[in-house]
Write a protein that binds this ligand. Structure first.
Ligand SMILES: NC(=O)c1ccc[n+]([C@@H]2O[C@H](COP(=O)([O-])OP(=O)(O)OC[C@H]3O[C@@H](n4cnc5c(N)ncnc54)[C@H](OP(=O)(O)O)[C@@H]3O)[C@@H](O)[C@H]2O)c1
Length: 230
């Protein structure tokens, strides 16, 4: 294994981890490089310029944001527009079928909410959802639903999910992933699976055909007109 030298930049360390540090001699690049979370202590312009330089150097093709608040994305876009930089092409935040309770604490993790969805839709940014399966909690007795997701609508949402899954003879996990993929524009779930069985099950979500009625039922479950949209 190659030794990481102190002189290597963050991008070079990432490439070393992927086994692809060959800039210059052979064309190699990272397709999508993320800012894992917003860094409020570094001027956005500096962060974006660093990403843009990596694109111009051919080291990455696209850059994306993760755990950003919508107004920070808007600021980033304004800077990129000024300098004609590509800007963040996608946004990866926490999201699942269950809706977080108002004021639920997720620490440094930022969520996909209605405001972010509408911003990304309007700006043509792809949205990706991490921890979509709540680490298996929809189906596993050894994983409980995280407390920030326990709210007034939780039981209704779980009921709708199980009913749709039963009707289609699919698993709740598959329905959660398919529900995200059926959104227009689609929301791409980023799941992990430690077993081949789980991976096969999750990839089976690509074959789940949700009708408009299923989507309506899943969308509306637990909906209260006076709720703050989440
Ligand atoms: N940008 C960020 O800040 C951020 C934060 C968190 C995560 N992420 C990304 O998102 C990815 C997914 O996040 P995650 O791992 O937290 O969430 P997840 O995909 O919701 O949960 C993965 C967990 O669920 C279990 N699981 C998966 N499929 C299952 C199935 N069909 N049945 C039962 N259990 C199942 C897995 O167990 P087994 O191992 O037993 O299969 C694993 O423990 C990560 O790999 C990471 O790349 C990004």
């Amino acid at each position: 294994m190659k030794k990481v030298q102190l002189s290597h930049t963050g991008i070079e360390v990432s490439c070393l981890c992927l086994g692809t540090l060959r800039f210059g001699t052979r064309k190699t690049y990272i397709d999508l490089y993320y800012a894992h979370h917003d860094d409020p202590h570094t001027p956005l312009e500096e962060t974006l310029k660093a990403f843009e330089t990596l694109v111009q150097d051919g080291k990455i093709r696209f850059y994306g944001a993760s755990n950003y608040l919508p107004w920070r994305l808007a600021d980033a876009d304004a800077i990129c527009q000024r300098y004609r930089w590509a800007g963040y092409c996608c946004v990866e935040q926490r999201f699942s079928y269950l809706r977080p309770r108002s004021g639920g604490d997720f620490g440094l993790q930022c969520l996909i909410d209605e405001h972010l969805m509408s911003y990304c839709d309007a700006r043509g940014k792809t949205m990706l959802a991490y921890t979509p399966l709540l680490r298996g909690a929809y189906v596993r007795s050894d994983r409980s639903i995280p407390s920030p997701y326990l709210g007034q609508d939780t039981d209704e949402r779980l009921k709708a999910l199980r009913e749709v899954a039963q009707e289609l003879e699919k698993t709740p996990n598959q329905v959660v992933l398919a529900w995200m993929l059926h959104r227009q524009p689609p929301l791409i779930p980023v799941f992990s699976a430690g077993t081949a069985e789980h991976m096969r099950e999750n990839l089976g979500s690509l074959d789940v055909d949700l009708s408009p009625e299923h989507m309506e039922k899943l969308d509306q479950a637990g909906h209260c007109p006076n709720d703050e949209p989440v």
